[in-house]
Design a protein around this ligand. Structure first.
Ligand code: HEM
Ligand code: HEM
Length: 406
């Protein structure tokens, strides 16, 4: 069997590329559907499924990237080859439909895996890709906006791909069983092809234009909600001003969990802090702090939804976490010593922190590791390897003195 295409039939390289891509894509689709379904069930509280879901997602992503690279190779090869003409080129409507479906398939072979890959790269952690390519992509920032747009495009383009494959297979079977021509045979290994392409062949312009319009629609529909949220009025300032001696101007409240051995980083964007503080080396208690955190403002990579569920933060019943305590002076630095209440569980917590005081500004940085079990978070995930018990918290903020210095 010749390796290259001829005007009559496909060569072995095109056939190998075709069936390899088909195999990889037809494996990625059910894996993606099943893994997504399991992820929804975790969000509903069935947390024992985490390990299984992570495995299926990793397999899905790894196969999906193989499909993308194979498709790239296939397209480059196709550009260098003659394309055998259609056997039913004279049947204009049928040939045009086949052309549109082929262009949709070519588009989906690239757009579907690429959007999945961008989604993965724009979020953190959860279900790593097994290829030694790293988990990020150059030019793709870690951003919820990019992740949401890529996720929507991945969903829509996977649906176009599924419909296009169904039409494509139906067409191939119709050629084989109804028209009884060589269309399917010439894509099969070692097939003897007797028919020649018809003398009339349809143009590429109309199918290409129709498929391109569909892709522009899909990409715009996928990216629109994310773009609109950029132009929407800004959400309330991340750190709202609260009365007190000191007012927080800016800050971050970050956390890192470890799922299946991989760190997943997140951040609460809505929290307020009331701080009274007077720097007095002669006293042990130098102030008091009260922090209120809106649980729903947490973004935690691709597991944000799951984190809100009943077995984790149970956001619906316990929408806020509160820390209240004294600011105590230590030999080096300070410690905020008090009670942290999450999900109704009040636990004594000491957060050591460094403070840099300059003029009327204070810069504070502190880290601490909490045990999620103390707060009844992820109670049904008893395996440390699945979800580590320790959760790292990192706080940094800049505050401005509001009242008099003493
Ligand atoms: C040809 C390749 C691929 C196909 C056909 C495909 C198809 C699918 C399908 C059908 C779903 C289920 C969507 C749903 O029902 O919501 C899905 C989900 C997903 N895929 Fe892919 N995918 C491919 C490649 C990739 C790649 C390369 C990655 C990442 C590196 C990826 C990441 C994801 C993720 C993270 C989800 C879950 C999305 C969510 O829960 O919102 N996919 N994929
Ligand atoms: C994920 C699955 C698949 C994808 C992405 C895919 C994609 C494609 C593409 C893009 C072409 C056009 C090649 C060209 O430009 O000449 C093609 C041709 C073809 N495919 Fe598929 N295909 C898939 C699965 C299948 C399956 C399952 C069958 C058989 C039932 C099949 C049968 C054929 C045949 C017979 C041709 C040649 C059509 C012709 O000569 O006009 N494909 N495929």
């Amino acid at each position: 069997m010749p390796r290259t295409n001829t005007a009559e039939t496909y060569g072995s390289v095109t056939k190998t590329f075709h069936w390899l891509t088909a195999f990889l894509i037809l494996s990625a689709i059910p894996l993606g559907l099943i893994a997504t379904d399991l992820a929804h069930r975790i969000a509903a509280g069935e947390t024992a499924l985490i390990a299984q879901t992570t495995l299926l997602f990793s397999l899905h992503k790894t196969i999906g990237i193989a499909a993308f690279l194979t498709a790239l190779g296939r397209i480059i090869w196709a550009l260098m080859q003659p394309r055998p003409g259609l056997l039913n080129g004279a049947r204009k409507a049928e040939a045009t439909l086949a052309g549109i479906v082929h262009w949709l398939l070519y588009g989906a072979m690239l757009i579907t895996p690429l959007s999945g890959w961008v989604h993965h790269a724009a979020t953190t952690g959860f279900a790593p890709i097994w290829w030694p390519l790293g988990q990020t992509l150059p030019f793709v920032p870690q951003s919820t906006l990019v992740a949401d747009a890529a996720d929507a495009i991945h969903f829509l383009s996977s649906r176009v791909l599924i419909v296009a494959i169904l039409l494509h297979v139906a067409g191939a079977l119709k050629h084989h069983m109804v028209d009884r021509d060589d269309t399917l045979r010439r894509m099969l290994p070692r097939a003897i092809v007797r028919q020649s392409p018809s003398t009339t062949q349809p143009g590429h312009a109309l199918p290409l234009l129709a498929a391109s319009l569909i892709w522009v629609g899909i990409i715009s529909a996928g990216a629109a909600p994310a773009l609109m949220s950029v132009t929407a009025p800004a959400s309330p300032a991340p750190v709202a001003a609260a009365p007190g001696d000191w007012q927080v101007r800016q800050g971050t409240l970050a956390l890192t969990i470890r799922q299946m051995g991989s760190p997943v980083q997140g951040e609460f964007t809505d929290w307020t802090a009331q701080i009274s503080f007077a720097d007095d080396p002669s006293q042990q208690v130098n102030g008091r702090v009260r922090v209120k955190v809106t649980i729903a403002s947490l973004s935690l990579g691709s597991v944000t939804g799951q984190a809100m569920g009943g077995d984790f933060f149970d956001e619906a019943t316990h929408p806020r976490a509160v820390f209240e305590g004294d600011i105590l002076r230590r030999d080096a630095g300070f410690v905020a010593d008090g009670t942290l209440t999450i999900k109704g569980n009040a636990v004594p917590v000491a957060l050591p922190f460094d403070l840099v005081l300059s003029d009327e500004q204070a810069q504070m940085t502190g880290t601490l590791t909490l045990d999620r079990r103390d707060f009844g978070i992820g109670g049904s995930v008893t395996e440390e390897g699945t979800l580590a018990y320790g959760v790292d918290i990192a706080v940094n903020l800049t505050a401005q003195r509001m009242g008099p210095a003493d």
